[in-house]
Design a protein around this ligand. Structure first.
Ligand SMILES: [Ca+2]
Length: 205
């Protein structure tokens, strides 16, 4: 009877172990439909790279001001992010690296749209970055509700006007985006149970 119970516990522990592995794999996010729009000169050479939960945008020519062809321009980035599991996205971290001199400034806004139940679930409002000390800029945008499919729109306006006797420049070079995925309480409970079963199994050895 005891042996049967031990065997049953072992099977349960194995099942929970498998669940834990699938939960770990589930945290990957798929990024699609990445677009760069705005002023052609500023988005030329733009590219992106993706990781398990992050996407980074590289903008080698997003610069305006002295010794540049333009004194102002815009960069608009859109993309979609999907998580095809019970995992949810909750928070966003944004880092903007660049440089500001003189009259240079960056106006930034971001809107996050839920694609499952259409509606805006996050917004930065309009942020005015006008001092180099404010860079790198980082920000969390918490969604008003969790979802498995979002569309993100980021707009940057770079301005270096007026042309003062000093150096006037506005540049963004790297935009890093990380999406925070939060497991549902049910998944956490299952992982907890799995751990308990594994500990019990180890103690019996
Ligand atoms: Ca100047």
């Amino acid at each position: 009877m005891l042996a049967l119970f031990a065997r049953k516990a072992l099977v349960t522990a194995t099942a929970f172990g498998a669940l834990m592995i699938s939960a770990a794999q589930a945290s990957a996010i798929t990024f699609t439909n990445v677009t760069f729009a705005g002023t052609p000169q500023l988005i030329s050479g733009a590219s992106f790279t993706t990781g398990a939960t992050d996407i980074d945008f590289s903008l080698p020519n997003a610069v305006v001001g002295d010794f540049q062809p333009l004194r102002q321009g815009s960069v608009i980035i859109t993309y979609e992010a999907m998580s095809d599991t019970p995992m949810v996205m909750d928070q966003m971290v944004l880092t903007v690296l660049g440089g500001l001199f003189g009259s240079g400034q960056i106006q930034f806004s971001e809107v996050i749209e839920d694609m499952v139940n259409p509606g805006i679930i996050g917004s930065s409002g309009v942020i005015n970055i006008n001092n180099n000390n404010q860079l790198p800029w980082s920000q969390n945008i918490e969604f008003t509700r969790a979802t498995t499919h979002i569309k993100v729109k980021k707009e940057f306006f770079l301005i270096a006007e007026p042309d003062t006797p000093a150096l006037d420049l506005a540049r963004i070079s790297l935009v890093e985006q990380n999406l925070v995925v939060v497991p549902e309480p049910g998944t956490m409970a299952a992982v907890g149970l799995g751990l308990t079963a594994l500990i019990a199994r180890r103690r019996r050895k």
